[in-house]
Design a protein around this ligand. Structure first.
Ligand code: TMP
Length: 208
């Protein structure tokens, strides 16, 4: 059984990532691929329980360091219970956020030490790095306005202020530049169909 492919979507708030995850999953299914859609934090019962702790409450509820450990605890469970079994069974996994969100939110914008993030990544993610990461890029003020208009109860990160979200965008752009083998920067501006086409160009290279 050939191992499945692992695709992650990354980017700041309100970049339209989740809509595009849905579009890509539909397209892959139409191409005959067995695909699992999942998300972080979350994606397994334990991961979702940890998600409830990190996405709600005041913006200073957790320090960046504690938040980082919670994200990697959720990630560890998600990998064990959902991602690794699916890839081993030959399924493709499309994940809405993954470890680059920890690099950008808790590291670049939050101030957690980069070497600590990388050490956790080595131990928790190890060899199971994404085959492809799509980094959605949009000016922070536009994304934040979109996100706040539909946030529901999960507003902890949205409420961190524009300076945080500017740092976040810069962090994601640096990640994409630093990992050109794995990452594609996706211009998230414009109509949904145009963004979908940009995503498909990047994913097509992985198709059998
Ligand atoms: P979502 O709104 O895209 O579902 O993501 C929930 C929030 O969790 C989002 O504001 C980003 C944040 N997050 C981190 O801060 N670090 C992480 O490692 C992950 C996966 C998400």
């Amino acid at each position: 059984m050939a191992r499945g492919r692992f695709i992650t979507f990354e980017g700041g708030e309100g970049t339209g990532k989740s809509t595009q995850v849905g579009r890509l999953v539909d397209r892959l299914k139409a191409a005959g691929i067995d695909v699992v859609r999942t998300r972080e934090p979350g994606g397994s019962p334990g991961g979702e329980a940890i998600r409830a702790l990190v996405v709600s409450g005041t913006s200073d509820r957790w320090s960046a360091r504690t938040e980082l450990l919670l994200m990697f605890a959720a990630r560890s469970d998600h990998l064990e219970r959902t991602i690794r079994p699916a890839l081993a069974a030959g399924q493709w996994v499309v994940c809405d956020r993954f470890a680059d969100s920890s690099r950008a939110y808790q590291g670049a914008a939050g101030g957690a030490a980069a070497d600590f993030v990388e050490a956790l990544d080595r131990h928790v993610v190890g060899e199971d790095q994404p085959d492809l990461t799509l980094v959605f890029d949009l000016p922070a003020d536009i994304g934040l306005a979109r996100a706040l208009s539909r946030a529901g109860g999960e507003t902890r990160f949205e409420s961190k202020g524009l300076a945080f979200h500017d740092a976040l965008r810069a962090g994601f752009r640096a990640i994409a530049e630093g990992h050109p083998d794995r990452c594609r920067l996706i211009d998230a501006a414009g109509p949904i169909e145009a963004v979908e086409a940009r995503v498909w160009v990047a994913v097509e290279a992985l198709l059998p």
